[in-house]
Write a protein that binds this ligand. Sequence first.
Ligand SMILES: *[C@@H]1O[C@H](CO)[C@@H](O)[C@H](O)[C@H]1NC(C)=O
Ligand SMILES: *[C@@H]1O[C@H](CO)[C@@H](O)[C@H](O)[C@H]1NC(C)=O
Ligand SMILES: *[C@@H]1O[C@H](CO)[C@@H](O)[C@H](O)[C@H]1NC(C)=O
Ligand SMILES: *[C@@H]1O[C@H](CO)[C@@H](O)[C@H](O)[C@H]1NC(C)=O
Ligand SMILES: *[C@@H]1O[C@H](CO)[C@@H](O)[C@H](O)[C@H]1NC(C)=O
Ligand SMILES: *[C@@H]1O[C@H](CO)[C@@H](O)[C@H](O)[C@H]1NC(C)=O
Ligand SMILES: *[C@@H]1O[C@H](CO)[C@@H](O)[C@H](O)[C@H]1NC(C)=O
Ligand SMILES: *[C@@H]1O[C@H](CO)[C@@H](O)[C@H](O)[C@H]1NC(C)=O
Length: 248
Amino acid sequence: MAGGLTLSAVLTAFIALVLVHETCSATAKVNHHCAPSSCGNIHNISFPFRLKNDPEKCGESSYELSCDENNHTVLSLFERKYYVQEINYNNYTIRIVDSGIQKDNYSSTPSYSLNRHNFSQYPSAYTTYLLKRTEYEGISFSELSWSVVWMSCEKPVNSPFYLDASTCNIDNGDQYPSNSSISHFKRYRYVKVGRTNATDVVDLCKVEQMFITSWPGNDDPSNISCADVHNELVYGFELSWLRGFCKS
Ligand SMILES: *[C@@H]1O[C@H](CO)[C@@H](O)[C@H](O)[C@H]1NC(C)=O
Ligand SMILES: *[C@@H]1O[C@H](CO)[C@@H](O)[C@H](O)[C@H]1NC(C)=O
Ligand SMILES: *[C@@H]1O[C@H](CO)[C@@H](O)[C@H](O)[C@H]1NC(C)=O
Ligand SMILES: *[C@@H]1O[C@H](CO)[C@@H](O)[C@H](O)[C@H]1NC(C)=O
Ligand SMILES: *[C@@H]1O[C@H](CO)[C@@H](O)[C@H](O)[C@H]1NC(C)=O
Ligand SMILES: *[C@@H]1O[C@H](CO)[C@@H](O)[C@H](O)[C@H]1NC(C)=O
Ligand SMILES: *[C@@H]1O[C@H](CO)[C@@H](O)[C@H](O)[C@H]1NC(C)=O
Ligand SMILES: *[C@@H]1O[C@H](CO)[C@@H](O)[C@H](O)[C@H]1NC(C)=O
């Protein structure tokens, strides 16, 4: 496990550096005199982003967004649908939210499980960390998100870091159809927010689903409420498109 993680970290860094190189070259090459495009609440869609029907010379195809019939700005990531909440050109981040989440519906959950390793499995135009180059530290990474993990356990867990999911009115789908052998055991469901590594997963617990969030509202992982969990999911998460590396 440790070996696997290290390898994927190295691969991520490698892919990031390749992409930085490509993005920087592209930035240098492209002469982008295109008026910003607009969709719904996102009024400033400009280089490197483009909207699907923009003139071909505008933006880059790897940063193409689309505008759906409800005026949501849509980013397709791993062939899944995410809604764009905010594009920050000052720090090269884009904040997106799973299209399955409904703001006012506390029972809604993301449609797709997502964790930081998804981004190291395939080359992606986005990273889950910000790459910075400073004069003194060289290249440094800072993570833009942390995880929200749904777990199911065979025994009750008494830990301030584990929120009892049965107190939240959240329907995250029945992972175990009633005729499967595992359903003969009662399972206890928990939500854990924050950095979670293998040693944090208590014995007899199993990760069911993972999401990521950048919600700045509660930075105390031992004191989260059901409302916090909903807010984490509704806020979504930031990704970086790496141009910062070129500019600084
Ligand atoms: C839109 O984004 C561009 C960077 O691509 C920036 O120069 C411009 O100031 C932004 N405009 C607004 C209104 O935020
Ligand atoms: C989408 O935005 C356009 C332009 O602002 C507007 O004319 C249209 O009514 C909007 N559609 C919906 C479903 O809100
Ligand atoms: C990027 O900028 C936005 C808007 O100013 C801010 O909300 C967000 O926290 C910033 N992200 C980082 C990683 O600094
Ligand atoms: C709220 O979300 C749940 C779970 O996705 C869904 O079953 C329910 O229909 C939604 N309620 C409304 C009012 O949309
Ligand atoms: C992320 O990876 C997990 C497996 O590690 C997979 O189940 C999930 O569908 C992936 N998410 C997306 C959005 O592709
Ligand atoms: C459990 O039920 C589902 C649908 O009801 C069925 O497709 C599946 O084959 C069943 N599994 C077993 C192990 O009987
Ligand atoms: C996992 O987290 C614990 C504390 O939560 C920490 O002590 C430990 O060093 C971490 N392990 C790894 C491999 O990061
Ligand atoms: C936990 O959070 C609640 C509100 O979110 C706050 O009132 C309470 O003081 C916090 N408790 C601790 C021990 O930090």
